[in-house]
Design a protein around this ligand. Structure first.
Ligand SMILES: [Zn+2]
Length: 311
C-alpha cells in the first residue's frame, strides 16, 4: 500500500472514532436530564417485557402497546427539552461507507478513490480544485470571426462530459496552436468528471515523464498503476516534454494500451496535428492516440494569451 493511501485510511479511522465518540458524548449529556433518563429507562423496561412475552409464546399485545407508549413518551420528553435523538447516531463524513473506506459490497469507497487522486494530483504539483469549469466558458474572448467555432467546440465538449460514458469516441484529442484554449477546455471536462464522481489524474506531459522516470528508478509499480487505473487521464501539452529514450514513448504506449483494454479514456491536449504527432512519436504510439475511439477537435484562432496581455 502506498503512503497516500495509508494516510487516507488512517485519517478515516480517526474520523470514524471521533464521530462515534461525539455521538456517545451527546447521548451522555442527554441522559444527564432526569426526565429524559427516566423516559429512556422506561423504554428499556417495556422493550424487555415485550421481548419476554414473545419468548414465552404469549400474544404480548399489552406489552407491545406499553412499549409503543414509552417510545412516544420519550420522544415527547426529548422534544420538550430540545434533545435531538438523531444526534445519538454517529455523524459520519461519508454516508456511503460510514468512514470505513469500503462500501457494503466490500469495494473501495468512491470517497477514498476521489481523495486519493486529489492528493496524487497535488503531489504532482497540480491542484484539481483549481481547475476551470464550463460555467467560466466565454466564446466572446475570441475574435469575432472565431466565436462561432469556439462556441461549437465548447458545445461538443459539454455534450461529451454530459453524456459520458455513453459516447461513441471516449478519448479526446484537443489540438491546435498555443493559446487557443485547449488546456482550459480540458480542465472544464476534467472538473465535470470529478463532479460526476470519476477519478481524474491530470498531468502535464512533463509531470507524466517525471512519473515514468520515478517508476523506473524507484521500481515503484504503484506509480504506473495510478496512471492506468484513474478513470480519466488528462495529459496536457503532449509534445512539450523531452523524449527520454526507452521511457517516454514506450511507457506512454504501455499505459494507453492498458487503459484501452479496460475502456478508460484519455484527454490529450497538444500543439501538434496528426501528421506531426505521428512523426514525433512513431506509428505505434500514434495508432494508440489516434484510434477510432478518439475524437479529434481542432482549436483555431489567435493566441488568447497575447490578446489578454495587450488588453
Ligand atoms: Zn466513503
Amino acid at each position: 500500500m502506498d503512503q497516500i493511501l495509508r494516510q487516507i485510511r488512517y485519517e478515516l479511522q480517526q474520523a470514524r472514532f471521533l464521530a462515534e465518540q461525539q455521538a456517545a458524548e451527546r447521548l451522555r449529556l442527554a441522559l444527564n436530564n432526569e426526565a429524559y433518563r427516566e423516559a429512556d429507562a422506561e423504554v428499556s423496561r417495556c422493550m424487555i417485557a415485550a421481548a419476554r412475552a414473545e419468548a414465552m409464546g404469549e400474544a404480548g399485545d399489552k406489552e407491545e402497546a406499553a412499549y409503543q407508549r414509552a417510545l412516544k413518551h420519550r420522544t415527547a420528553v426529548a422534544k420538550k427539552y430540545r434533545i435531538s435523538e438523531q444526534s445519538f447516531a454517529p455523524q459520519y463524513g461519508c454516508p456511503l461507507c460510514n468512514d470505513t473506506g469500503y462500501t457494503e459490497d466490500g469495494k473501495i469507497c468512491p470517497c477514498v478513490r476521489r481523495e486519493y487522486y486529489r492528493r496524487f494530483n497535488l503531489s504532482c504539483g497540480l491542484s484539481p480544485l483549481g481547475l476551470a469549469d464550463f460555467s467560466q466558458c466565454d466564446p466572446s474572448v475570441y475574435a469575432a470571426n472565431e466565436q462561432e467555432a469556439a462556441a461549437l467546440r465548447i458545445k461538443r465538449l459539454k455534450d461529451y462530459a454530459e453524456n459520458y460514458p455513453n459516447v461513441k469516441e471516449i478519448n479526446l484529442l484537443l489540438y491546435g496552436k498555443t493559446g487557443t484554449g485547449k488546456t482550459f477546455l480540458a480542465e472544464c471536462v476534467a472538473s465535470e468528471m470529478i463532479q460526476k464522481g470519476y477519478t481524474v489524474l491530470y498531468l502535464s506531459s512533463h509531470s507524466l515523464n517525471q512519473l515514468f522516470l520515478r517508476y523506473i528508478n524507484e521500481r515503484n509499480t504503484t506509480l504506473f498503476e495510478r496512471i492506468t487505473q484513474a478513470d480519466f487521464l488528462v495529459i496536457d501539452d503532449l509534445g512539450s516534454e523531452t523524449i527520454i529514450k526507452n521511457i517516454t514513448c514506450e511507457l506512454l504506449q504501455a499505459a494507453l494500451n492498458t487503459r484501452m483494454q479496460t475502456n478508460k479514456p484519455f484527454i490529450i491536449t497538444t500543439n501538434y496535428d496528426g501528421l506531426k504527432l505521428r512523426e514525433h512519436y512513431g506509428e505505434k504510439l500514434f495508432s494508440r492516440i489516434a484510434s477510432n475511439k478518439t475524437q479529434f477537435l481542432q482549436f483555431t484562432g489567435a493566441d488568447l494569451r497575447i490578446k489578454r496581455k495587450k488588453t
